[in-house]
Design a protein. Structure first.
Length: 200
C-alpha cells in the first residue's frame, strides 16, 4: 500500500485529492504486525511510512481523507498527514502502538498534538483512548462528519479545486510550518524500541 500511495503522490496533477479505502470495513489498519516483528533498528531509522506520509503532508496540493471506518495506528497517521479529514459516522481513530512496545512513529506523536493539544494526545497515545467520530470532531482531529464520507469529501474537494491552486499551495506551506525535527526524533525513538524488541 505504501508503495502504491507513494507512486500516486508522485503522479498527482490536480490541486485537490481525496484519499479513501476501497472497502467498507476500515479506512486503514496500519502496519502488518508480523512484518513489524521482523523489523530492525535500521528499518526504524529509514521508516518508509513516515517518509511517505511526510511527502503527502508537504505536497503542493490539498489532501482530504475520507474515513468511513476504523483508522488504526498507521491508518490514523495517514489521515493526520492529510490536510483535512471527513469522517463517516462509524469512523474511529486510535494509536495502540505503546501496547505493542512501539510508538506512533509515522507522524502520530508529532501531528496529533498539533490537532488536539498535548494532554489529549497523551490520552490517545499513552492511555490508548479510541476516539469515535463525534469526539474526534470535538477535539479537532476531524473537520466534518457525514453519513457518506466519500460524497462529502468529494464535494468539498470540488469547492477547494475552484480556488487558486498557487494560493492554496502557499497557504498550506505556511500553515504546516516545520515538523521535520520532531519526525527525526520519532524515528530515533522507534529504532531504540526495535532494538529492545530484538534483544540487541
Amino acid at each position: 500500500m505504501l508503495e502504491e500511495l507513494e507512486a500516486a503522490i508522485d503522479e498527482v496533477s490536480t490541486s485537490v485529492v481525496v484519499i479513501e479505502s476501497e472497502g467498507d470495513r476500515a479506512f486503514c489498519g496500519g502496519a502488518d504486525l508480523l512484518e513489524l516483528s521482523k523489523a530492525s533498528p535500521d528499518d526504524a531509522k529509514e521508516l518508509r511510512s513516515q517518509r511517505v506520509f511526510q511527502k503527502l503532508a508537504t505536497a503542493q496540493w490539498i489532501s482530504i481523507a475520507a474515513v468511513h471506518g476504523p483508522a488504526v495506528a498507521g491508518g490514523f497517521e495517514l489521515a493526520l498527514a492529510c490536510d483535512l479529514i471527513v469522517a463517516g459516522e462509524r469512523a474511529t481513530f486510535s494509536l495502540p502502538e505503546t501496547s505493542l512496545g512501539l510508538i506512533p512513529s509515522a507522524g502520530g506523536t508529532t501531528r496529533l498534538p498539533l490537532s488536539v493539544g498535548l494532554k489529549r494526545a497523551k490520552d490517545v497515545i499513552l492511555g490508548g483512548r479510541v476516539l469515535d467520530a463525534a469526539t474526534a470532531k470535538d477535539w479537532g482531529v476531524v473537520d466534518r462528519i457525514s453519513n457518506d464520507a466519500r460524497a462529502e469529501a468529494t464535494g468539498w474537494a470540488a469547492e477547494l479545486a475552484a480556488k487558486d491552486p498557487t494560493a492554496l499551495s502557499f497557504a498550506k506551506g505556511l500553515l504546516n510550518g516545520e515538523v521535520e525535527r520532531s519526525l527525526k526524533q520519532e524515528r530515533e525513538a522507534e529504532a531504540i524500541l526495535y532494538a529492545k524488541r530484538n534483544g540487541s
